[in-house]
Every structure is written in C-alpha cells, then in structure tokens.
Ligand binder design. Structure first.
Ligand code: NAI
Length: 302
C-alpha cells in the first residue's frame, strides 16, 4: 500500500492547539507537511487567550523532526484570517491545505439565548470560516491546487437541544462549501465538510466518560487527511465520523409531485391532497447544485 504523504505541502489548521485540531496538525507534520498551528488559546466559551496552546503543539512537532510555525490570531476577524494565511506564506511560501477547525460553545435553549451568545458562536464558526478561507482560497487559486475542509457538526446537520446558535453556524459552513466547491472547481481546489465526534474539552460534559474513551480525537484524523490529500477527488461532500466509523451524509431532493401546468393557479387543497407524495423521501438523491431541482420540475417546464 503506497503511503499518503504531504511532503512539500503547506497546511493551516485553525484551533490546532487542542482537541481534534491538534491531532490533525501532528499527523500532517508526521506525513511531511509544513504546518501552521493556529490557536487563540482561549476558554471553551471563546473568552481569554494565550499563546501556550499553539506553542506546545509546534514544539511537539519540531521535537519529532517536523516543521511547524505557531499563529495566535482570532479566526473571527478578517485581519486575523489574513494574518493566518500570511504566516503560512511568509514561513513556507504557499498554502495547499486549510482545515477550518477552530470552535467555541455558548449553549443555551433558544428561548433564553442572548444576542451576545448568538453573535460569539456565529462569529467564530461561520464568519471565521469566511475570514480564513477567503485569503487561503486566493492563495490556492494562484497555485492551482488546494484542499479545504469545513468543520460542521451533527448539531447543525440534524439538531441538538440547546445549540441553535452553534447548529446555525455549523449548517452555515455547509452552505459556504456548497457554493465554494463550484467556484473553486476550475482551480483544482477540493472543498469538503466533515462532522467529527470526539471526547474533548468541548464535549467532556456531553459524553459519558466510558464512551469518551472510545471517542478519541485521533479517530477523526484519517478521513480528514485523506480528503486533504492529492488522492482525493471528491468535492462538495459531507462526511460524519467517530470512534472509527466513517459515513457520508447529504442534503437530498426527492421526486416530489408536479401539480398543475405552470399556468393555472394551484390551490392549498391540492397541496393537502398531494402532501404525502410531496413529503416522501423515497428515491431521493443528493443534490449537487441549485439547478438540480429543474430535473424534477422538468415536465412543467418543457
Ligand atoms: P476544542 O475546544 O478541544 O478545540 C477547539 C480549539 O479552537 C481550542 O484550542 C480553541 O482555543 C480554538 N479556538 C477557539 N476559538 C478560536 C478562534 N476564534 N481563533 C482561533 N482558535 C480558536 O474542540 P474540539 O472538540 O477539538 O472541536 C474541534 C472542532 O470540531 C470545532 O469546530 C467543533 O465545533 C467541531 N466539532 C466537535 C465535535 C466533538 O465531538 N468534539 C462534534 C462536532 C463538531
């Protein structure tokens, strides 16, 4: 089996000072990549910050003979994102791989959620994905090569009590991916989303400890690194994983029901009449762009 290597590749991992991000950074470096270890070093809720988290991972990589440089910028600002990318270009000359991984939590049931809790989570996960990815994508375009990962979550894809802010941001990054895969295709940039599962600072009070022992952050690494490798040709996909299980998830569109003739009015009662057909997911297929719905509308449009 030929080894997947990242020699001569430059990777940025945001939030790489702890948890899953740290594992990505260590394995990328072990496999030859030059790594920018970004981490603000704040608390789980995003408050505070210090350089020790990123520095510790950089020295771990260097001790093992790898190449890495630390960056302490906040992903949630444009200047932070630009500086993260500049750190890669100044130290190693380019950017080939970006793993958007940095994250915080401010859980609260929707009826109690404050504007500050909403804004903080959207800023790091959703705006942060824009702030880092835009300058990175510009650098990748210039090199006609790139691999971008957005970190989603089952909380956004499927829902989780107390996480409307987090879930909105995590589904939002899938929205960025859906369009970016189209815009970056001609520059040989593959863009994918992942929803990891790991026992980390973020989830230490969510998973029971026994289960936590099996949900090790390192089990998220192999699929994410495969998606970041030259071997990967998939783009616009979303994968879910944990404990050594890996699967694909997708937004699908079903056959539905064509009503009327695209001229006459359609009544609310006709919808009631056809609702079970409209609601059916049998034969649903993943949709790859907004244009995909026209195939279902076909009989009405021809
Ligand atoms: P973690 O809390 O262990 O690590 C997140 C890292 O991001 C921390 O080191 C933190 O300092 C850094 N960070 C936070 N805000 C930052 C900012 N503004 N700029 C730069 N760095 C910042 O969390 P974990 O579990 O490793 O999560 C990694 C990613 O995976 C996050 O995006 C999280 O939302 C996502 N995720 C994790 C799941 C899990 O089961 N642990 C489940 C689904 C998604």
């Amino acid at each position: 089996m030929s080894k997947i290597r990242f020699d001569e590749r430059v990777a940025i991992v945001t939030g790489a000072g702890a948890g899953i991000g740290r594992e990505y950074a260590l394995e990328l470096a072990r496999r030859g990549a030059k790594v920018v270890v970004n981490d603000l070093g704040g608390a789980r809720d995003g408050s505070g910050g210090n350089s020790s988290a990123a520095d510790a991972v950089v020295s771990e990589i260097k001790k093992a003979g790898g190449e890495a440089v630390a960056n302490y910028d906040n992903v949630a600002t444009m200047s932070g994102g630009e500086n993260i990318v500049k750190t890669a270009v100044n130290a190693f000359g380019k950017v080939d791989i970006l793993i958007n991984n940095a994250g915080i939590l401010r859980d609260k049931s929707f009826l109690k959620m404050t504007e500050a809790e909403w804004d903080a989570v959207i800023a790091v996960h959703l705006k942060g994905a824009f702030c880092v990815t835009q300058p990175a994508a510009k650098a990748m375009k210039d090199n006609n090569y790139g691999r971008i990962i957005f970190t989603s979550s089952t909380s956004g894809l499927y829902g989780n009590f107390g996480q409307t802010n987090y879930g909105a941001a995590k589904m939002g990054v899938v929205g960025i991916m859906n369009t970016l895969k189209l815009e970056m295709a001609k520059y040989n940039v593959k863009v994918n989303a992942i929803a990891p599962t790991a026992y980390s600072r973020m989830t230490a009070d969510v998973f029971p400890e026994e289960m936590g022992k099996k949900l090790q952050p390192k089990f998220n690494v192999p699929l994410v690194l495969y998606l970041c490798s030259e071997d990967n040709n998939e783009t616009g996909r979303t994968y879910v994983m944990g404990a050594g299980w890996y699967g694909r998830t997708a937004v699908v569109c079903a056959e539905g029901a064509c009503l009327g003739d695209a001229k006459r009015d359609i009544s609310v009662e006709e919808i009631r009449e056809s609702f079970s057909k409209i609601d059916k997911l049998e034969k649903a297929e993943p949709a790859n762009s907004g244009a995909d719905i026209f195939k279902y509308m076909g009989p009405l449009l021809s």
